[in-house]
Ligand binder design. Sequence first.
Ligand code: DC
Length: 198
Amino acid sequence: MIFTVAIDGPAAAGKGTISRRLADQFGFAYLDTGLLYRAVGAKVADGVEPAKAAETLRAADLTRDDLRSHIAGQAASKVAVIPEVRRALVQFQRDFARQSGGAVLDGRDIGTVICPDADLKFFITARPEVRAHRRYLELGGDEAQILNEIIERDSRDMSRADAPLRAADDAVVIDTSDLGIEAAVAEAAVHVTARLGG
Ligand code: DC
């Protein structure tokens, strides 16, 4: 069975948690596509040219332990505006999406560009202040600065010319600002079950 769930949304809206939980519940494979851009950003910080970093990306690059930081997120957002970088990562994501047994991919352009024919699309969002507070609880740091970085990153991700962050017209929008994670996962799971045919 090929069944693709595309999950997009801004940083710290809850897409990673919802994606992982859906993948567990329904036995689908899961790809955090942000990690691809974070790994490219990290290689660029090490001196590799951006397109080259994307073209030569290997599974081992995704296991670096410095990819979850705020700095890695900003570096990812910066290399993600480069069309050659995005192009080099398309086929890997599409192949992952079409593997047998079902797949969940989360990112910024999954429902709009990578998998426009996905069986189900979600757009997970939340107010910037709520997202900044979640990142602060997760990673520590200065909450006001995190909020500024989130706003800056959203703005760069939404305004880039190539594959900007936006909800696909046919995406189910879930705002997690005032919704616990259990409720958000349950809401998403109802749609998956319905789409799978009961
Ligand atoms: O989801 P994340 O915070 O790990 O993503 C880091 C950055 O990577 C994000 O700010 C923009 C970029 N990205 C992208 O452009 N397209 C994707 N599908 C996933 C991430």
